[in-house]
Design a protein around this ligand. Structure first.
Ligand code: NAD
Length: 264
């Protein structure tokens, strides 16, 4: 299967690193024009330069905007203009016990993980519908199905994304626009590597080995028994953004290494 996204303009939020950068790279390799996003001008311009170097000939621009608030989302929409593909990847995570999680943290997770996608979809979906083609993807998580006991606030935000994605798919029914969620399992992104850094320094083991130990201890149902790479997650997203994926909509697609112990 050859995926050709030439002529398509794609916006991937939070794409200066981690899963978002790999998705942007995969879409650029398929020929799409990319708009990258991160919070700082420096990280955005570095990511643009890196992507142009890694995918020669790629058309890439970037917009610095903090998507945890409405002003940031508005600024991104104005600067990005019309897009054919929107990947709502921006998301924060971290462990915190429920009884120590105050309203400020709950608000921050809701704003960043859910409202960013609400605002961008509301602004950018209508033009896709008018055009009769578009792809919206929410990067949710297996934690939206297996609510982690030490990250209930995060799990809730990821379940909310599934509801949003399914609802939007139905809202634009018959338009040629698909809306889906992709659910990664533990994935060795920059953020996760940072979380494991102390253990890497303490044990002297390579980060992949520390990550595999983490999976065995905290996600014992993992069938692959290791973290996924960001490219493995990106491959699913690139497919779901492709013309070939036109009959897949309203779906929750797992790239979780089998962590969710369920057949469907
Ligand atoms: P990461 O921490 O490695 O990278 C996140 C990027 O988001 C960074 O470039 C950062 O600058 C940017 N960012 C953070 N807050 C932002 C904001 N308010 N506005 C704009 N940009 C912002 O993250 P990751 O691990 O690649 O995760 C990406 C997505 O995948 C998240 O939605 C996360 O919940 C989801 N996910 C990750 C994993 C995993 O194991 N890594 C598993 C399941 C789901």
């Amino acid at each position: 299967m050859n995926i050709d996204l030439s002529g398509k303009r794609a916006l991937v939020t939070a794409s200066t690193g981690g899963i978002g950068y790999s998705i942007a790279k995969g879409l650029a390799q398929a020929g799409a024009t990319l708009v990258l996003n991160g919070r700082g001008n420096k990280s955005v311009s570095e990511a643009v330069t890196r992507l142009q170097a890694e995918v020669p000939g790629a058309s890439v621009s970037g917009v610095a905007a903090d998507l945890s608030n409405a002003q940031g989302a508005d600024a991104l929409v104005s600067a990005a203009g019309m897009v054919d593909v929107l990947v709502n990847n921006a998301g924060i995570y971290g462990m915190q016990d429920f009884f120590e999680t105050g309203d400020d943290v709950w608000d921050q997770y809701w704003a960043t993980n859910v409202m960013s996608g609400v605002r961008l979809s509301r602004a950018l979906l209508p033009a896709m519908v008018e055009k009769g083609w578009g792809r919206v993807v929410f990067i949710s998580s297996e934690s939206g199905l297996n609510i982690p006991v030490d990250m209930i606030h995060y799990g809730l935000s990821k379940t909310a994304q599934l509801a949003l994605s399914r609802g939007l798919a139905k809202r634009v029914a018959g338009s040629g626009v698909t809306v889906n969620s992709v659910l990664p399992g533990p994935t060795l992104s920059d953020g996760v590597a940072g979380m494991l850094q102390a253990e890497v320094e303490c044990t002297g083991k390579p980060v992949e080995e520390v990550a595999a130990d983490f999976v065995k201890e905290h996600r014992p149902t993992s069938i692959i028994q290791r973290v996924a790479t960001t490219e493995e997650v990106a491959n699913m997203v690139v497919y779901v953004c492709s013309p070939q994926a036109s009959a897949t909509t309203g779906a929750a697609l797992r790239v979780d290494g089998g962590v969710v112990d369920d057949i469907v």
